[in-house]
Design a protein around this ligand. Structure first.
Ligand SMILES: [Zn+2]
Length: 248
């Protein structure tokens, strides 16, 4: 029965170790997602700047087209002015020309302003773009490392399970079933050593009679409080440096 107890304890060690690797591997995609989210935010900000610049460029082009139109009109009307004979008509058309020239001047100012604004946006966007490329280089490197770390942890989890099958095969179905049931119900921890007179699974003090029974090493005992299999601490320690082979 000593062998059964040690095999159960060893099985728990294997599964706990594999579980540590598996849980560590599961945390990495979260960080990858976080890194990608930061880059996405930067890309969205850059896209918004490009859109703003594009809107201003269209506005500028429209103003420039209008300036050309008004210019043609001004030239036409100026030619007509030379043909006008009556002062009243001359005055009226002159005012029209003046208004058009004022409008043209306003449009030219607007074009200049838009041009300046576009240049400022372009400059800021170029800086953002450089920042994004640098951030991408750093993040892509980290993501690559995280993926490698994840693959390594998964490999280690598999390696940690070496010998598990043989260990399970060495135990009777009854104990394997008790082990798996308890493990599923108790967060992956089914076999625990005693800690003094307590169960190290739930930290409650075990009855003296149970401690006496545990020391006999003649059957598998479970903690009355947390239902985990309790193994005498001294037994696990005495065997700790000895590799328990599947044959035990
Ligand atoms: Zn307990």
């Amino acid at each position: 029965m000593r062998e059964v107890l040690l095999a159960l304890f060893k099985l728990q060690q294997i599964d706990s170790r594999a579980q540590e690797f598996e849980q560590a591997a599961l945390k990495l995609p979260e960080r990858i997602h976080e890194l990608e989210g930061v880059l996405d935010k930067q890309r969205v900000a850059l896209g918004a700047m490009r859109n703003e610049e594009d809107a201003k460029r269209k506005e500028q082009e429209a103003a420039e087209a209008q300036i050309r139109e008004e210019g043609e009109k001004i030239q036409k009307w100026k030619r007509r002015l030379q043909e006008i004979r009556t002062p009243r008509e001359y005055q009226a058309l002159s005012r029209e020309v003046e208004q058009l020239e004022r409008l043209s001047k306003e449009l030219e100012d607007k074009v200049l302003l838009l041009q300046e604004e576009r240049e400022a946006i372009d400059k800021a966007a170029a800086e953002k773009e450089t920042e994004l490329r640098e951030a991408e280089a750093v993040a892509f490197k980290e993501i690559r490392e995280l993926r490698e770390a994840q693959a390594k942890l998964n490999r280690e989890a598999t390696e940690a399970k070496a010998g598990r099958e043989a260990l399970v095969a060495s135990l009777s179905k009854r104990w394997v079933s008790l082990y798996e049931r308890t493990r599923a119900a108790r967060d992956g921890l089914a076999v625990v050593p005693t800690a003094g007179d307590s169960c190290s699974g739930c930290n409650r003090v075990l009855r003296p009679q149970l401690m006496v029974e545990l020391r006999k090493l003649d059957t598998v005992h479970t903690c009355p409080y947390c239902s985990r299999v309790v193994v005498l601490d001294s037994l696990t320690r005495s065997e700790n440096n000895v590799e328990i082979s599947a044959s035990t």
